[in-house]
Design a protein around this ligand. Sequence first.
Ligand SMILES: [Zn+2]
Ligand SMILES: [Zn+2]
Length: 341
Amino acid sequence: MKGTVLYAPSDVSFEKRPEPKIIKPTDAIVRISVTCVCGSDLWPYRGANPITEPTPMGHEYCGIVEEVGSAVKTVRPGQFVIGSFATSDNSCPHCQYGYQSSCEHREWISTAQAPRLRVPLADGTLVATPEVPSDELLPSLLTLSDVMCTGHHAAVSAGVRPGSVVAVVGDGAVGLSAVLASSRLGAERIIALSRNPVRQELAREFGATCILAERGEAASQAVLELTGGVGVDAALECVGTGESVATAFAIARPGSTVGIVGVPHDVQVPFESAFFRNIGWRGGAAPARVYIPELIDDVLDGRINPGRVLDYETDLEGIADAYAAMDERRAIKSLVRVGTC
Ligand SMILES: [Zn+2]
Ligand SMILES: [Zn+2]
């Protein structure tokens, strides 16, 4: 089998890799239908995270179960499944508390940009659809593996509810998903921060009621002006840089909670100013496994189409350009079609 390996910044290859096999009785082997490149894959690709050894890539996936270990009870070969980027047993105290991404037996999926994938803790990690979906639904179902659930987690963490005034910091695939999630949760006003015309248009399609092209201090000022100097009920931070976190805290109204899902890089929470304005923060790696069943019905019934963030398409042989397209901002997010159902 061939799989995706990152050697050095901007150096991705699709090359011979060991065939995945059942190692533990709780494993499943999934034949991947579609996978994609994550914004977080770009950190090492751009050299922002050190690469100490050749690194297999990919953690967003869905496909057909090919084989299961002897202890797997709920997942069967032939089923179409979506899995979280973090495996979970669904039974430990953290899973029972709703935080599967902190499972005591968690493993990070990291080899999904390949034709086949070993998924540990298959029963607790994978969610099967009632039937094998049509090809058109695959992009949206794939987003439930990470990006849509992560955007949803930002909104849930910040307490978005019907009537909320929301601002989303970040116009990447997660930020756009956070716009869609806020709209789905009934937000009344959604301010999206974006200066890219393609992303602005998709943000509007996903439910943004206002787009601001400003950044940094100017963005904070603009959001405060739009809200009569009050700030927003829910600031959703979907980037993970010092500037984006500072913006999110600056535009959060006193008493609100900032939802943070951008993987932090050189970030400092402004604790003192947050303290004196009673601002909290919640978030982290999304417990996608909790959200998948809830969001899957909306995708299958056509109520949401989060797959619209996947605006570039290739196959595994084209994986290097799938990365380059996102790095050069030719694509919001790159879909990689692997096999048909
Ligand atoms: Zn991801
Ligand atoms: Zn667990």
